[in-house]
Design a protein around this ligand. Structure first.
Ligand code: C2E
Ligand code: MG
Ligand code: MG
Ligand code: MG
Length: 285
């Protein structure tokens, strides 16, 4: 009968929802446990940033990795949003910052000076404890402020621009470099950009992945570079997967490049080896 047909149509969908809900619940409980027990489930991968003006690697981005015995490898695109919604992203960020500061000491010991960019969520930006916490952590470990910078996703910021601006200004005033991440996906207005206390725009990888073959993307990226320069900001392009794309960005005056073509995100120790091997690489020929 009709009711039975309806039930059959709905059932698989319901089951799917239920599975997603259960997965979410286990992400919450497992991630909270991993944060507290610090038992090697979490790690930070570093992805180099190529300074196109200097032709050398001067920075990296810190990207959180999570490998859970029950859930397997979980992508940050899945667990970061869950931690945000469940209200404990602050703990995640604390964990990342602490690990990054330790790893910076390792880089320094290896004779490598790199700026490490940390991804912040909107909740982190609004958290009054963040900045004093970071400053005292750096102080305690004898790490300079130049060693750290921050990235905030554009779509996160535009939700409450007024509040965000005040906090971003404080982060800038403290001496940290700030980038808008995934730029081009969040509908920033010109007026907003003009007032935003950031010094870098990071072009979203969706415009960069096929840059060499997509004239539309080429127009967008060139426009973003010009726009950024109008506001005295510099530009990072993320998601460079081939040499022609890298060459285009250099030709257009883009300041920084990041992507699998240069290097994938790798663990700290591997980064030290990679850096030694690529110190004299000529990326643009
Ligand atoms: P994001 O900050 O925009 O980072 C760039 C993402 O693009 C990373 O994915 C990186 O591995 C990937 N990527 C880099 N180069 C290429 C490339 O050439 N091709 C392709 N296809 N992908 C490339 P990942 O590591 O999976 O991170 C995804 C997102 O999760 C990040 O996007 C960021 O928004 C968030 N995330 C990662 N770690 C953290 C963290 O510690 N805190 C917070 N709040 N968010 C984080
Ligand atoms: Mg980022
Ligand atoms: Mg992002
Ligand atoms: Mg991105």
């Amino acid at each position: 009968d009709e009711a039975q047909i309806t039930r059959q149509l709905i059932l698989p969908y319901d089951t799917m929802l239920e599975q997603r809900y259960l997965r979410r619940l286990s992400i919450i409980s497992e991630l909270k446990r991993a944060l507290v027990e610090d038992d090697d489930q979490l790690s930070v991968a570093y992805q180099p940033k190529l300074n196109l003006k200097q032709g050398r690697i001067t920075g990296v981005e810190a990207l959180l990795r999570w490998n859970n015995p029950a859930l397997g490898f979980v992508s940050p695109d899945d667990f970061i949003s869950v931690a945000e919604q469940a209200g404990f992203i602050g703990q995640v960020t604390d964990w990342v910052i602490n690990r990054v500061v330790k790893d910076i000491q390792g880089f320094t010991a290896a004779g490598i000076s790199l700026n490490v960019a940390i991804n912040l969520s909107a909740q982190d930006v609004l958290n009054q404890q963040l900045l004093p916490g970071v400053l005292s952590l750096l102080d305690r470990h004898g790490v300079s402020k130049d060693a750290l910078s921050f990235e905030i996703t554009e779509s996160d910021l535009v939700k409450d621009p007024k509040a965000a601006i005040v906090h971003l200004q404080a982060i800038r005033d403290a001496g940290f470099s700030l980038a808008i991440d995934d730029f081009g996906t969040g509908y920033s207005s010109m007026a907003y950009l003009k007032n935003l206390p950031v010094n870098t725009l990071k072009v979203d990888k969706s415009f960069v992945l096929n840059l060499d073959s997509e004239p539309g993307d080429q127009n967008i990226v060139q426009t973003v570079i010009e726009l950024a320069h109008t506001f005295d900001m510099s530009v990072v392009a993320e998601g460079i997967e081939n040499q022609p794309s890298l060459q285009l960005l250099a030709d257009w005056g883009c300041e920084w490049a990041q992507g699998y073509f240069i290097c994938k995100p790798i663990p700290a120790q591997q980064l030290i080896d990679w850096y030694a091997q690529h110190q004299h690489t000529d990326w643009l020929s």
